[in-house]
Design a protein around this ligand. Structure first.
Ligand SMILES: C[S@@+](CC[C@H](N)C(=O)[O-])C[C@H]1O[C@@H](n2cnc3c(N)ncnc32)[C@H](O)[C@@H]1O
Length: 274
């Protein structure tokens, strides 16, 4: 057992030595590394497998060297709302998920909210999506809580949120263990369910059932990162149809060029607040 613990410590140190994975929450590295050590015969193979899995979870989509300090300075020095929105648009293009969504920003969020801007928003596996707040028409009293597994990303978003015209916080939450214990009017889970299902089969559906919000906005990519259409729309429609039938949900579907968005109304009572 002591030998296994030593190996886990060595594995975490090896993964963190790589700049690409240094800012991932250490407990997530430990979770992925622990599982890899069970499956691979050597420490070297387990380290390689851990890095590959972390890359699929986080690294494949994002800018390889995000300049968070510079990005924050740009937001801070923007002289007015229009300039700040232009900065956000440029920063949204630094992540594949939000880059693909750029042409739809102005239509997507009003369509999700249905004419009723929420007072409390959860953004789970958020990536850079909170930088789209300038297109959400939220009131300055809105509470926006964003979660991901990258400590540097979350620190940047935590500092950026007040500059975007809302109140809020960004923090770490490994969604494999469930949603944060926070209630909201709407929860975004954009393009994250497939990654959770890859990490643990059933984790995506478990998450959606457990979120404390009456409205869920859940999306799936319909093209691979390379731009190919490999039947993803059919696969994810099937996934949501099965889950919705089991849960008695009747999602409204919004089709974007690269993304399928499901808006689910659940009428679940909210229980707590961050
Ligand atoms: C494809 S990106 C989508 C980002 C954003 N939701 C969007 O659509 O613009 C997936 C995001 O999920 C996050 N993620 C992956 N595994 C996670 C986990 N176990 N818990 C929380 N977030 C996770 C990644 O760090 C990444 O930011």
């Amino acid at each position: 057992m002591a030998h296994f613990d030593d190996q886990l410590i060595e594995l975490i140190a090896a993964v963190q030595a790589s700049a690409h994975y240094r800012t991932i929450d250490p407990q997530v590295i430990e979770r992925v590394g622990w599982s890899a050590l069970q499956r691979y015969p050597s420490l070297k193979a387990a380290i390689k497998a851990t890095k590959t899995e972390l890359h699929q979870m986080i690294g494949a989509y994002a800018d390889r060297a995000p300049q968070y300090a510079q990005w924050l300075a740009e937001l801070q020095s923007a002289p007015n709302e229009a300039t700040r929105q232009a900065v956000c648009r440029r920063l949204l293009s630094k992540h594949a998920s939000t880059r693909e969504r750029l042409p739809a920003l102005a239509q997507l969020y009003p369509a999700c909210f249905g004419g009723q801007p929420p007072q409390r928003v959860l953004d789970l596996g958020c990536g850079l999506n909170p930088l789209a707040i300038p297109w959400m028409a939220l009131s300055p009293t809105t509470w926006y809580a964003a979660y991901d597994i990258d400590t540097a990303l979350c620190a940047f978003l935590h500092a950026a949120l007040p500059l975007l015209g809302v109140q809020g916080a960004a923090g770490i939450c490994d969604l494999i263990a469930g949603p944060p214990p926070v209630a909201a009017d709407v929860a975004f889970v954009l393009k994250t369910i497939p990654l959770l299902e890859q990490q643990r089969r059933g984790a995506g559906a478990d998450l959606l059932r457990a979120i404390q919000a009456p409205r869920l906005v859940v999306s799936f990519p319909t093209r691979s990162l390379g731009g190919r259409n490999v039947g993803m729309a059919t696969t994810y429609r099937g996934y949501m149809d099965t889950l919705a039938a089991a849960e008695g949900w009747s999602p409204r579907v919004i089709e974007l060029p690269n993304e399928l968005v499901f808006v689910i109304e659940r009428h679940t009572p909210s229980r707590s607040r961050m």
